[in-house]
Design a protein around this ligand. Structure first.
Ligand code: PAF
Length: 282
């Protein structure tokens, strides 16, 4: 059986009112659909700690940098509802674009600092779109807990900052990245790789794992990252937009004694792939 699809906000609000009146906790998993095992792991985490689980499916036009990417984003609503049914999802909330952003919508949420480098530098406006829609989705669902994947590491830090700054009454629950057998981080965009590109894509996580091992063993980060980038370029990644070692929370320069993160964005086969790993600085 498929998960029940709820479209009008009024219908979602009625469900949420009923659940809250019975003292039930609500978890939300925000998605843009084209669900894969990574999303399902978030749903399982939500089911394990919440009485009710809402999955949202909204392909948010405001976080895309170009109209073609938005148009090409996979849309598989019915298959998504079928995948979610057996997991016991209480509602698949699929709001209409006009209800999320009516023509007179005038509010943009903008988080500074953590959003400036990396994705922020390469995708102008992207994080304003994410921050705005996440705020809307949290307000619409009134969830007690919201589940986000660590695959989108910078997005996760943005959401944490946003919730803390706006004092939103929701707990953000980070969930580990899910990888395919060859190490590639699962992503809806992987579907767009050719078979040959998909085979080569595993070079990306391999380069990350190797660079992390070298940095943790005390090799100089700069030379290690330069070698890793050269390896990716030789494997056909073009361009490598960034391969950077950053502080895990602020995304600024890594600080001794604090958790660091190695993050990458690179194009293969016309598909933009991102990934990241934790680094313990020696
Ligand atoms: O990570 C995503 O799928 C999206 O950025 C999100 C959080 C659902 C907002 O549109």
């Amino acid at each position: 059986m498929s998960a029940p699809i709820v479209r009008p906000l009024a219908e979602l609000r009625a469900l949420v009112r009923g659940w809250k009146s019975r003292g039930e906790s609500i978890g939300v998993v925000p998605t843009m659909g084209a669900l894969h095992e990574g999303h399902l792991s978030l749903v399982r985490a939500a089911k394990a700690s919440c009485d009710r689980v809402i999955v949202t499916l909204f392909v948010n036009p405001r976080q895309f940098n170009n109209a073609e990417d938005f148009a090409r984003y996979p849309r598989t609503e019915h298959a998504d509802a079928e995948l979610l049914g057996p997991l016991g999802v209480d509602a698949l909330f699929v709001p209409d674009g006009d209800e999320v952003y009516p023509p007179d919508h005038a509010t943009v949420i903008s988080v500074s600092g953590v959003t400036a480098p990396l994705e922020g530098a390469h995708r102008p406006g992207h994080f304003d779109g994410v921050a705005t829609v996440v705020t809307l989705l949290l307000n619409m669902t009134q969830a007690d807990r919201a589940f986000f994947g660590e695959k989108d590491w910078q997005q996760l830090q943005l959401v944490r900052r946003l919730v803390q700054d706006l004092k939103l009454p929701v707990e953000i629950v980070p969930c580990p990245c899910v990888r395919a057998g060859d190490g590639l981080a699962l992503s809806s965009r992987n579907q767009r790789l050719t078979a040959e590109g998909r085979a080569r894509a595993a070079t990306l996580p391999q380069a990350l794992f190797e660079a992390v091992a070298r940095i943790e063993a005390g090799e100089p980060a700069e030379a290690t990252l330069a070698a890793a980038q050269a390896g990716l370029e030789a494997a056909g990644f073009a361009p490598v937009e960034y391969l950077a070692l950053r502080d895990g929370e602020t995304l600024g320069e890594p600080q001794p004694g604090r958790p660091a993160r190695l993050l990458v964005a690179a194009w293969l086969d016309g598909v933009r792939l991102i990934d990241n790993l934790a680094v313990t600085l020696p």
